[in-house]
Design a protein around this ligand. Structure first.
Ligand code: BES
Ligand code: ZN
Ligand code: ZN
Length: 453
């Protein structure tokens, strides 16, 4: 890789690629020094990945000599470039008779100093690509039951503890909201719990107390028809991606285990399929949740908050978490507000909100904080139950979704809700991700968790 040459860069991030067949080398411009940043480098990595796939490059040794000229720590440059390369080589052709024939090149840095950076990037990007792959699987392949089986198998492979609660156990336990959402489906709800415990050293604090885990809670609606509050024909397309919050949680736990992160982590995945049948839940049904609070259903399409309220209560009751973060493709309103550029961030505490915001800037999985004033609760007060699951009017819907979830979290527990409906899948190709699932959240959460060490 040569130092950046100003005149060769017509579009900042594309990175002009010049191939020398005699020497079998390619030079890539990463950007002008004034304008280059870690995201432009990631994007250049994505462009190189496309180029190597198209040109059937088998092996790519990266010359790191120019890294020190770009004004960033060289290992940050190596990480960003590796991320672009590894994420940019993702494609989902499992169900195609004719495969894409886009084998990724085997990449390495010519300078051994970056070996560990590459290993870590590989772990994080493989976890992101796993989240993407599973997100792409349609609802006739991944449903709550098959998801639980997959997660159990995966947990065994990577050394995570996994417990699955089925609909009977959930009913007995009193988790009436998650059970109701799944009751119209042939494959009923599952609550999937993943536990990561770091080995030795720091699993007790200096004063001998057990270290509290971070709880990550994910919405895993394997398909969202809307239920009796049915979606439109086009509004329903893409609803296989309504499990992306949980896919991010799975990816994060896999990466955490492989990176041997020092913080204990619990992942709680709330898996249901929101279907229509003669036994589905209905508008006006009153549900008793695990927390004891009751909910009047206004819209069966506001199902995400219903499965999550039981998952949040479960995490809170069983794990005494030091912080809880939930990820969910919760509202169309957040897509209207923030588009596909940033996810909505809600939190009951500034420290957690700021830490997550900073992790978003660092990874370019960006967030924007939205308010949580108590007044927003007014419009979901119910005459017949403790609250309604929807205001029934299109007013501040992402905030109303968040204020609903807040009712199920103790005020003392730092909690954040990420509404990722706009960023979890893209309808067009992005610099290091083809159209479809983005895996949003894995890099963000890993960055946040590493910041706790
Ligand atoms: N899964 C949807 C949210 C969604 C919409 C995700 C578009 C991705 C793209 C969610 O379950 C939903 O339907 N939310 C409703 C809530 C409303 C009824 C309060 C919405 O946003 O319309
Ligand atoms: Zn819905
Ligand atoms: Zn949904």
């Amino acid at each position: 890789m040569l130092p950046p040459r100003k005149k060769l860069i017509p579009i900042l991030w594309v990175g002009e690629i010049r191939f020398n067949p005699a020497e079998q080398t390619a030079t890539v411009s990463l950007g002008t020094k004034e304008k280059v940043n870690l995201e432009t480098i990631r994007r250049a990595g994505g462009a190189i990945a496309k180029w190597t796939a198209k040109n059937k490059v088998i092996e790519l040794g990266i010359d790191t000599a120019s890294f020190s000229d770009l004004g960033f720590a060289p290992d940050k440059i190596a990480l960003a470039l590796a991320e672009g390369l590894l994420l940019g080589s993702f494609h989902f052709d499992k169900h195609k008779s004719k495969k894409d024939e886009l084998a990724p090149a085997n990449i390495y840095f010519l300078n051994d100093d970056f070996k560990q950076t590459l290993e870590q990037a590989t772990i994080i990007c493989e976890a992101t690509n796993l989240a993407r792959t599973w997100a792409h699987e349609p609802a006739n392949i991944i449903n709550p039951v098959t998801l639980a089986e997959r997660v159990q198998e995966l947990a065994k492979e990577v050394g995570l503890k996994c417990t699955v609660l089925d609909d009977k156990q959930l009913t007995e336990m009193g988790a009436g909201a998650i059970v109701a959402v799944g009751q119209g489906s042939q494959t009923p709800s599952r609550l999937i719990v993943l536990e990561y415990q770091p080995r030795a050293k720091k699993d007790v604090s200096p004063n001998g107390e057990a270290v509290q885990p971070v709880a990550l809670v994910g919405k895993a609606i394997t398909f969202d028809t809307g239920g009796y509050s049915i979606k439109t024909t086009l509004g329903m397309v893409g609803m296989k991606y309504d499990k992306c919050g949980a896919m991010a949680v799975i990816g994060t736990l896999v990466a955490a285990a492989k990176l041997k992160i020092q913080t204990p982590i619990v992942g709680v995945l709330a898996a249901s399929e929101n279907m229509i049948s003669n036994v589905s839940y209905r508008p006006n049904d009153i549900l008793k949740t695990l927390s004891g609070k009751t909910i009047e259903v206004i819209s069966t399409d506001a199902e995400g908050r219903l499965v999550l309220c039981d998952a949040l209560a479960y995490a809170q009751q069983n794990f005494n978490p030091r912080a809880m973060i939930d990820l969910a493709t919760l509202t169309g309103g957040v897509v209207t507000a923030l588009g596909s550029t940033r996810a909505g961030l809600f939190s009951n505490g500034d420290a957690l909100a700021n830490a997550l915001f900073a992790a978003g800037e660092a990874t370019y999985e960006r967030l924007w904080r939205l308010p949580l004033d108590e007044e927003y609760f007014e419009i979901i007060k119910s005459t017949d139950a403790d609250m309604k699951n929807s205001a029934g009017i299109a007013k501040a819907s992402p905030i109303v979704g968040a204020i609903f979830l807040k009712q199920f979290v103790n005020d003392e527990t730092p909690w954040a809700h990420l509404d990722i409906a706009g960023v979890s899948d893209w309808d067009k190709e992005m610099p290091y991700c083809p159209a479809g699932a983005s895996g949003f959240g894995v890099r963000l959460l890993v960055e946040y968790l590493r910041g706790l060490e």
